[in-house]
Design a protein around this ligand. Structure first.
Ligand SMILES: Nc1ncnc2c1ncn2[C@@H]1O[C@H](COP(=O)(O)OP(=O)(O)OP(=O)(O)O)[C@@H](O)[C@H]1O
Length: 277
């Protein structure tokens, strides 16, 4: 196989849902993303973890297309994801490859548009000329929102409900991959758990792939199969989530694990270990 051949799932021969190869992005003198590669198989869930500033969000923004890479490429189902696209049809096709859910859904929702109307707008844009009533109900049902929430405007909803709306709107487009950037970080722990359960159910039902960007190893543990650990823009360790978390090989991963607050946690010892890295 040449270097240019998309990698595929060796068991089925089908291309990976998402493949990121050799991404690089520099801001001034900062190497925000430094030769990052990973793959996401069909229906898989991959966690990208690291501390603040490790390059997770820049990687996610490049995958989604909100940021340009200096080098490297992103493939969806084996096809290179186009850079800047011209024309409405190409832009919509590109949006259907990858959708993103942000930490603060409020910023991505139009405050004046009720939930149901927002979903109808998205569906009309992507699938014109159809009646979307049944699909809207299906989406609301899929994210566990009732009739009252459907008629509400975003500001009338709780943080968890808004995040459900953001997920429903992303799913409306039927994307191959959903990128979730700290998508549950702003929610209370119990609401976090509800949204994570919901996302797990949706993945099982639809076969959608997730790219979870998070600093929270608890989130990674509960919803990802594979993990990529980033530090200073580079991948320092990757592998099956359970294996990496149970027996981290890289000192930085060990440090991240030790930084998770728990009984006996000693911040001074962590700070000292960090200086020694
Ligand atoms: N638009 C930009 N201009 C200049 N520097 C940037 C820009 N975006 C990111 N950076 C820098 O690139 C590095 C990686 O940032 P990035 O946001 O990708 O990390 P992160 O791991 O997602 O952190 P956080 O969790 O805080 O968002 C940081 O040093 C950041 O300051």
């Amino acid at each position: 196989m040449s270097d240019d051949t998309p990698m595929s799932d060796s068991s089925t021969g089908t291309p990976h849902l998402l493949e990121v190869r050799g991404l690089r992005r520099t801001f001034g003198t900062v190497r925000a993303v430094d030769d990052v590669s990973f793959t996401l198989p069909a229906g898989g869930s991959l966690g990208v973890v690291g501390e603040s500033g490790s390059g997770k969000t820049t990687t996610a923004r490049i995958v989604v297309g909100l940021e340009q890479a200096d080098a490297g490429e992103v493939l969806v189902r084996g096809l290179p994801r186009p850079g800047r696209t011209r024309g409405r049809a190409a832009r919509l096709a590109r949006a259907r490859q990858v959708q993103m859910v942000f930490q603060d859904p409020y910023l991505s929702l139009d405050p004046r548009t009720p939930v149901e109307a927002a979903l109808r707008e998205t569906l009309a844009l992507h699938f014109p000329g159809r009646d979307h009533g049944a699909r809207v109900r299906e989406l609301l049902d899929q994210v566990g929102l009732g009739a009252r929430a459907a008629e509400a405007r975003p500001r009338q909803l709780s943080g968890g409900q808004r995040q459900r709306v953001a997920v429903a709107r992303a799913l409306a487009v039927e994307p191959a991959v959903l990128v979730l950037d700290e998508a549950v970080a702003a929610l209370d722990v119990s609401v976090q758990a509800q949204i994570l359960n919901l996302l797990a159910d949706i993945r099982e039902e639809t076969g959608i792939g997730y790219l979870f960007i998070t600093h929270d190893l608890g989130v990674v543990r509960s919803v990802t199969d594979e993990i990529v650990v980033m530090r200073h823009g580079a991948v320092v360790e990757s592998g099956p989530t359970q294996e990496v978390l149970a027996a981290p090989r890289h000192p930085y991963t060990r440090l991240l694990l030790d930084s998770v607050p728990r009984p006996g946690w000693d911040p001074d010892a962590i700070a000292e270990a960090r200086r020694a890295l």
